[in-house]
Every structure is written in structure tokens, then in C-alpha cells.
Ligand binder design. Structure first.
Ligand SMILES: *[C@@H]1O[C@H](CO)[C@@H](O)[C@H](O)[C@H]1NC(C)=O
Length: 151
């Protein structure tokens, strides 16, 4: 009788410890990079007004230049920035991204729910802030676009 109880006690203990250690959901989730919310502008300094044209020129200066017929911003680095006049624009691979590979259309993202430079400008004006654009990073991940005052 006693040993049967003891056995059942240890069996219960064993089952509980199995249940506790077998939690693959938590461990695989922890390995996945956190995903940023897309197309949400964070305006960090509305009092600082930059010149919009400077920000547009800075954007087109990213990665050695993406003006004219160049359709992609491809940078073998996790971050790149360019400055023109009052404005610095920075693109950074986030959410697991290691390098940048994004089309110009997606980077500008005018009116897209996927985010983009134009949407950031619409939300913050030519003032400091950032937004995450879906996709555009290798091997996986998203691109954060940021506007800041030129140093
Ligand atoms: C990218 O950069 C890494 C290290 O900085 C280098 O090893 C690799 O060859 C580069 N790839 C290309 C395609 O330039």
C-alpha cells in the first residue's frame, strides 16, 4: 500500500517534470527575432523642423546613391546613412536582418500599409522619427527608415 502510493507519487512527479521540460513553444519563440510593428511612425522630436528637400536628397544618397533609374538599395551592411543639408536619412536592417536589399518603391512606400519613407514624412513631417518597412533585409527581416537632424 505504502509503496504503491510512493510509486504513484513519483509517477506524478515524473509526469509533471516532463510537462514542464517539454515546452518547445517557448524555446522556439525565443529563437525567432522579435518582429517590429510595420508602418507606425515614431516621431521623436516634433520641435525640430528639417528641410523636406534635404531629406529627399539624403534618401536618394543612400548606399552610394539610388537616384534616377536605380531600382534597389543594396548594401552589404546592416545600416547605411546619407546626409544632405539639414537632414540625415538612415536605413537599418532589423528583426534578424543582416544586410539591406530593398526596392526603391518599397523604401519610399508611398501610401503603402507596409510602411516607407514617404509615410514617415507624412506622419512626422520633415522632423526626426522612424518607421519599420516590411521586408527588404537578408537573410530575413525588415528595414527601419529613420530621419534625423544632420550632425
Ligand atoms: C559582405 O561583407 C562581408 C563581411 O563584411 C564579406 O565577407 C562578404 O564577402 C561581403 N559580400 C559581398 C557580396 O560583398
Amino acid at each position: 500500500m505504502f509503496s504503491a502510493r510512493l510509486f504513484s507519487f513519483f509517477l506524478t512527479l515524473f509526469v509533471i517534470s516532463c510537462a514542464v521540460s517539454a515546452r518547445p513553444l517557448w524555446s522556439t519563440r525565443a529563437l525567432k527575432p522579435r518582429q517590429s510593428t510595420l508602418n507606425v511612425a515614431t516621431c521623436t522630436d516634433p520641435a525640430t523642423q528639417l528641410v523636406e528637400h534635404d531629406c529627399n536628397v539624403a534618401l536618394l544618397g543612400l548606399g552610394g546613391g539610388i537616384a534616377g533609374t536605380i531600382e534597389f538599395l543594396r548594401v552589404n551592411s546592416s545600416t547605411t546613412s546619407a546626409t544632405s543639408g539639414t537632414c540625415t536619412v538612415t536605413a537599418t536592417a532589423v528583426d534578424g536582418g543582416e544586410t539591406i536589399d530593398i526596392s526603391k518603391g518599397r523604401l519610399e512606400g508611398h501610401g503603402s500599409t507596409n510602411g516607407g519613407f514617404d509615410n514617415l514624412l507624412t506622419a512626422c513631417g520633415p522632423s526626426p522619427g522612424s518607421m519599420v518597412i516590411g521586408g527588404g533585409a537578408n537573410p530575413t527581416g525588415n528595414i527601419q527608415i529613420a530621419i534625423s537632424a544632420a550632425a
